[in-house]
Write a protein that binds this ligand. Structure first.
Ligand SMILES: Cc1cc2nc3c(=O)[nH]c(=O)nc-3n(C[C@H](O)[C@H](O)[C@H](O)COP(=O)(O)OP(=O)(O)OC[C@H]3O[C@@H](n4cnc5c(N)ncnc54)[C@H](O)[C@@H]3O)c2cc1C
Length: 477
């Protein structure tokens, strides 16, 4: 009865077609791209305006229900998970680019706008939106803000926080605040600059509804290299030496042999199947500078035993390389029915060591672990392959991920580079942060959400977990 009333009231706000409550509809929303923990929300609502978001949030407050903001659900760490039921607010109908202000190099977009659409609309003005997660053809700017997303071009251009000037957010009590630069204002703001406070908050501080982003000028020249190496060690040494030479490529990405084989089988680019590692180095900037640095990059690759260094011959070939890299996770289906993506960081100089450790972990747990990652940032993405139908494999996959993240911490790194903590990495928080650090983070959270009903049971230890609270679709271990 209570659920019927909730659905009726939600329908009064957004219309019947924008409320989902049947079990088969809710199944789509039982998890994000981290599929090891699942639970159904009580309802999913798809608002079309900020006013509708406000009304939904106020209704949930009155009924003391959790709210879970959602973009495209591509998060890889269980950040969009209705651990305890509640109302999932999916922003995907609020998806417009509202304007591109080429003169001031900025754009105002709704939170559900797909990342790649910003560059699509900015490109005719010679501009682009820099943060480019590999999921950019699906993920939304609201999700990017809430996870402070990075991407292959983070190395030179920075992450989402470096490209968001301000945003509108519906706070958990239903008030609407604009944090940072306002759409019709100058870049200077009065008073506290709270813009950064909620970037990376994983949906726990409110619902972002509109975002003012910074646009960058499209570089006049690009040069994209493929370094073909016999081993990951050699490729990692080349990465260190390229940076040591004072070159900051737009992107510096690595694929190991297993992932290169899967990508080749899926997209037929022409990658050599016997290479130990493939390094993608992209330089951008003024033509002369790019040419000069390109010569240095080629020399460094050869110094580290590159078998071959290829250069993309035109824009089409460059686009094909990026298609292969950005769709690499999609090729994994050819290798395994299930995989879990890890997201750790190590100091760049420790890349050879962590890659050796991953190989040892693969052998220890008897699971294959291909790697495709942002080598320039030391941000690794081991993809742990398993088959949930085989007894014990799920547990072994989790244990392997655990070992790798522990090693990242031991090497002076971090348990997340860009995918966030969510439900997945809660247990690592006390390993990486002191009690004082965690208390400070919780205090900031409570300043935005005293009742802690906005995306609860994420990031901080001590909350409910799906495994303990009767998930409807928990996979067998
Ligand atoms: C194939 C693949 C490749 C990926 N590559 C990258 C990569 O290169 N770099 C990277 O950083 N990530 C990557 N990701 C992870 C993911 O795409 C990013 O975290 C992305 O920013 C999530 O956006 P989303 O719209 O899907 O958000 P969701 O997954 O729906 O939500 C993510 C978090 O944001 C919150 N949220 C969403 N919208 C709002 C809103 N409007 N207001 C408040 N909170 C909100 C949610 O509550 C949740 O905590 C990848 C994922 C996949 C599946």
């Amino acid at each position: 009865m209570a659920q019927t009333n909730l659905i009726r009231e939600l329908q009064d706000i957004v219309g019947a077609e924008a409320v989902l409550s049947a079990e088969e509809e809710l199944l789509v929303y039982e998890c994000d791209a981290y599929t090891l923990e699942k639970n159904l929300p009580t309802a999913v609502v798809l608002p079309g305006t900020t006013d509708e978001v406000v009304a939904i949030v106020k209704l949930c407050n009155r009924l003391k229900l959790p709210i879970i903001p959602r973009g495209a659900g591509t998060s890889l760490s269980g950040t969009v998970l209705a651990v305890d039921g509640g109302v999932m607010i999916a922003l995907t109908r609020m998806n417009r680019v509202l304007n591109v202000d080429a003169r001031n190099r900025r754009a105002l977009v709704e939170a559900g706008c797909v990342n790649a659409w910003i560059t699509r609309d900015a490109a005719p003005h010679g501009l682009f939106f820099a943060p480019d997660p590999s999921s950019q053809s699906a993920c939304t700017i609201g999700g990017n803000v809430a996870t402070n997303s990075g991407g292959p071009h983070t190395l030179k251009n920075g992450v989402t926080t470096n490209h968001v000037l301000g945003y509108e957010m519906v706070l958990p009590d239903g008030t609407v605040e604009w944090l940072g630069t306002e759409p019709d204002g100058g870049e200077e703001i009065d008073g506290y600059d709270l813009r950064g406070a909620a970037i990376g908050c994983e949906g726990m501080f409110g619902v972002v509804t509109r975002v003012l982003v910074r646009l960058m000028k499209t570089p006049p020249a690009f040069k994209t290299f493929l370094g073909i190496f016999e081993s990951v060690d050699d490729a990692s040494q080349a990465v260190s030496d390229i940076i040591r030479a004072g070159i900051v490529p737009g992107a510096l990405e690595m694929m190991d042999q297993l992932i290169t084989q899967a990508v080749e089988e899926a997209y037929h680019f022409g990658f050599p199947l016997d290479a130990g590692a493939v390094l993608i180095v992209e330089l951008d900037g003024l033509r002369d500078g790019v040419e000069a640095q390109g010569k240095q990059v080629e020399k460094i690759c050869h110094q580290h035993n590159a078998r071959e260094v290829r250069v993309a011959k035109d824009d089409a070939e460059r686009a094909a390389i990026w298609k292969c890299r950005k769709r690499a996770f999609g090729a994994i289906g050819r290798l395994s029915p299930n995989y879990v993506t890890q997201d750790g960081v190590v100091p760049r100089s420790k890349l050879p060591e962590i890659m050796r450790f991953i190989r040892a972990t693969s052998e220890k747990h008897g699971l294959r672990i291909p790697n495709v990652f942002h080598a320039g940032d030391g941000n690794i993405h081991p993809l742990i392959l398993y088959d949930e139908r085989k007894p014990g494999e799920t547990k072994r996959a989790l244990a392997a991920g655990h070992d790798i993240l522990e090693k990242c911490i031991a090497l002076g790194g971090s348990v997340t580079g860009e995918h966030g903590i969510g439900a997945e990495k809660i247990d690592f928080m006390p390993k990486q942060f002191s009690t004082d650090d965690l208390d400070a983070m919780k205090m900031l959270r409570r300043a935005f959400d005293p009742a802690q009903r906005c995306n609860p049971h994420k990031m901080f230890p001590g909350g409910k977990r799906c495994a303990e609270f009767a998930p409807k679709k928990q996979v067998a271990a």
